[in-house]
Design a binder for this molecule. Structure first.
Ligand code: SAH
Ligand code: SF4
Ligand code: F3S
Length: 466
């Protein structure tokens, strides 16, 4: 690759939306350095993985992937590991996957340009390995000069990085470092930039987005939400992930007050048992969590609620697991992401005996998923007959259906008169005629809501399925 005019890279992203957005920053940086993004490993000189370490499976996936392509090293291809596994494993990655040339954690991407120059000049091989992991304790959020906006309909803005909560099971405080927020001024400037690019939907990101603290002390999180939603041209503003402990009533009030804020809150609960929540160090009880849910339920708007749940945390009894099942009924989540507990390096829960066998975790997970499926089906049925606004996210040509997304973040597949062309990222009105546990179905009613102009984004990867 070195010395050739055509510098190509392939990038695969694992993990959460923060990683997806980090990849947009990495792509922007590489494009700026004269690289060209390609869609297959075969075409690429540089192969990058932006990795996730949240559960063991996620980490193993990365090493399997690296292993699969080991032989390509002989063709002079170079390999880089970015993101959370990079931060967690550091130099150990070179032992586990000796063909890796570059290891760079998420707080060090600002050094990527120099690292890339070094990488281009060195020959592949031991002794020439590059590591960038040093900046995790920085006071700054990671911002790059260039960001490739790869999502054609949603603009991401990181408002807070890192996590100070140290939940007993979680690796994030070790991979992402301490909590640090961006100033409200810089967040608003980025929101205006996105509006200028033609984005009408913005998602504010943070591991605990609502723990946001303006370094300039000008705005609370709820005030920042309001200010972003009032940026000219903004039609939908989302935020994720909220931590229950820092979830104030002012967030619900502001959603009620400002139409551009979406009807959706993602509020991970993890368990329905106060004893387990305490062992997880989640900093709230079941009742305190339910109090926050009551605020959301009492809103004037119909706000959908989604969550994350873990089964089989060390010591979780059958009765405690049943409390999680009963919490699902009590809250009536629109949907839930469910996981088996996975022991992670450095975390406090590692000291606990992970005595619940995998089959038992799997049994609990299946029960949980089945219960949630019924609740999601019920929650979706209530939309039947409604006319709802959907943002057009793409088209499933095989099924002849358009793919839309509601303000409540539900997928709404709909039909439109044959031959009709709908613009990506425009808004339409759809009558809901079908409901399923994981999606809605409907028919186009009208296209006359403000439709955003097609924008030009610096991207070669226009994926419709984020
Ligand atoms: N900051 C967010 C969650 C980020 S991680 C919050 O506090 O809610 C996303 C989800 O992964 C978590 O909500 C949790 O449900 C799950 N998770 C994290 N660590 C895990 C582990 N060790 N095993 C299983 N699931 C885990
Ligand atoms: Fe992990 Fe807890 Fe921080 Fe969420 S709040 S990222 S679960 S430590
Ligand atoms: Fe995974 Fe890192 Fe996100 S561990 S979930 S990619 S913060």
């Amino acid at each position: 690759m070195s010395g050739t005019a055509d510098k190509t890279f392939y990038l695969e992203t694992f993990g959460c939306q923060m990683n997806v957005h980090d990849s947009e920053k990495v792509i922007g940086t590489l494009l700026q350095q004269g690289y060209r993004q390609v869609q297959t490993v075969d075409e690429a000189g540089l192969i990058l993985y932006n990795t996730c370490s949240i559960r063991d499976k996620a980490e193993q996936k990365v090493f399997n992937r690296l292993n699969d392509y080991k032989k390509l090293r002989k063709q002079g291809k170079k390999f880089g590991v970015l993101g959370c596994v990079a931060q967690q494993e550091g130099d150990r990655i070179f032992e586990k996957a000796p063909h890796v040339d570059l290891v760079c954690g998420s707080a060090s991407y600002r050094n990527l340009p120099q690292m890339l120059v070094q990488l281009e000049t060195v020959q592949t091989g031991a002794g020439n390995r590059l590591t960038g992991l040093d900046d995790r304790q920085t006071d700054l959020c990671f911002e790059t000069e260039y960001t490739a906006r790869t999502n054609p309909h949603r603009g991401y803005i990181t408002i807070i990085e890192g996590c100070d909560k140290f939940c007993a099971y979680c690796v994030v405080p070790f991979t992402r470092g301490k909590e640090r927020s961006r100033t409200s001024g810089s967040v608003l400037a980025e929101a205006r930039q996105l509006a200028d690019l033609g984005y009408t939907e913005i998602q504010l990101l943070g591991q605990n987005v609502n723990s946001y603290r303006d370094p300039d002390e000008k705005m609370t999180f709820a005030e920042l939400l309001a200010a972003v939603a009032e940026v000219r041209g903004m039609h939908r503003v989302r935020f994720t992930t909220s931590h229950p402990r820092d979830f104030g009533r002012d967030i619900v009030d502001v959603i009620d007050a400002i139409p551009a804020l979406c009807d959706h809150v993602h509020l991970p609960v993890q368990s329905g048992s106060t004893r387990v929540l305490d062992a997880m160090q989640r900093l709230y009880t079941r009742d305190e969590y339910l109090e926050r849910i009551a605020w959301i339920h009492s809103a004037k708007r119909d706000i959908s609620i989604t969550t994350d749940l873990i089964v089989g945390f060390p010591g979780e009894t059958e009765r405690e697991f049943e409390q999680t099942l009963s919490l699902l009924d009590e809250v009536g989540y629109d949907s839930a992401f469910t996981f088996k507990y996975s022991p992670r390096p450095n975390t406090p829960a590692l000291k606990l005996d992970d005595a619940i066998p995998d089959e038992e975790k799997a049994r609990r997970l299946a029960l949980l998923n089945e219960r949630q499926r019924q609740i999601s089906a019920r929650r979706n049925r209530r939309h039947l007959g409604e006319i709802v606004e959907a943002m057009v996210e793409g088209k499933n040509e095989a099924r002849g259906q358009w793919i839309g997304r509601t303000s409540q973040i539900k997928v709404l597949n709909f039909t439109a008169p044959e031959g009709m062309q709908l613009k990506a990222a425009s808004y339409v009105q759809v009558q809901v005629t079908n409901s399923f546990p994981n999606s809605l179905g409907g028919e186009l009613k009208s296209t006359n809501i403000e439709s955003s102009e097609q924008r030009v984004i610096q991207s070669s990867n226009q994926s419709f399925n984020d």
